[in-house]
Design a binder for this molecule. Structure first.
Ligand code: ADP
Ligand code: MG
Length: 237
């Protein structure tokens, strides 16, 4: 069976800066794949290319057997690409449930159906008790969870998580890890960016390390963490 997601020789240049340099990765159906690497490695840029926020300077992106390189972001979302943003983009003046309804409206044009879906997702993500609170009143860990909930409400095949576990307390991070496992167990493939290796490595089936815009190493987490190239990229020499 073909991969759910593939990037083929993808480049992204911002003027003279090369943010992604010949990046070819693939994510199989049902996998949790970690995309890691130091700050500025090009992880968020690659997410933007996959989600369709930016067209790549060169190369192609394949999702679910289709070339989506030039497909607009909204259409990719319809096809099943769901994502969160590293900088949380909740609508602060809306309630938690209304934020999730925004996601659910991608698939359900009938408001009653969208609301029902939103409550189902809030239950799934452990936010049911916070449904009627303003998003601005959530603590940071809950805001991250709301981002995940809104992405899940779009009913993705692939969920792109950009640093949703970063900056959380160890307990909150473990709750987040459990949620990611639950998402995968629900049949959704996960590609997650994390800066902190200790958090992601026990969770992922496979890790891909980006450094200076390029794929440095990929493989099983236990092998990746021991790779001298990875160690030196993280120590910055
Ligand atoms: P990461 O998420 O791995 O920290 P990013 O993908 O955010 O890295 O950034 C990779 C590089 O591309 C950085 O040097 C960053 O400053 C640059 N960059 C990202 N987005 C833009 C943009 N829209 N315009 C110019 N440079 C950008
Ligand atoms: Mg980033």
């Amino acid at each position: 069976m073909t991969a759910l997601l593939e990037t083929r020789g993808v480049w992204q240049r911002f003027g003279g800066l090369v943010a992604n340099s010949d990046v070819s990765i693939s994510v199989g159906r049902g996998e949790i794949v970690g995309l890691i690497g130091p700050n500025g490695a090009g992880k968020s840029t690659l997410f933007n290319l996959i989600a369709g926020v930016l067209p790549p300077t060169q190369g192609s992106i394949w999702f679910d057997g289709e070339d989506v390189t030039h497909m607009p972001a909204a259409e990719r979302c319809q096809r099943g690409v769901g994502r969160t943003f590293q900088v949380v983009k909740s609508f602060e003046t809306m309630t938690v449930v209304d934020n999730v309804i925004v996601g659910a409206l991608v698939r359900n044009t009938v408001m009653r159906e969208a609301r029902r879906k939103a409550h189902e997702v809030l239950e799934f993500t452990g936010l049911a008790g916070r449904a009627d609170v303003l998003a601005s009143d959530l603590v940071p860990a809950e805001k991250r969870r709301l981002e995940v909930a809104r992405a899940l409400a779009t009913e993705p095949k692939l969920l792109l998580l950009d640093e949703v576990l970063t900056g959380l307390t160890p307990t909150e991070a473990q709750t987040g890890v459990a949620l990611v496992r639950k998402v995968r167990d629900a049949g959704i493939t996960v590609l997650m960016v994390e800066h902190v290796m200790e958090i992601v490595m026990p969770l992922v089936d496979r890790a891909i390390v980006l450094d200076l815009g390029k794929v440095l190493v990929e493989g099983k987490p236990a092998d990746v963490v021991r790779d001298p190239k990875v160690i030196s990229a993280y120590l910055g020499d």
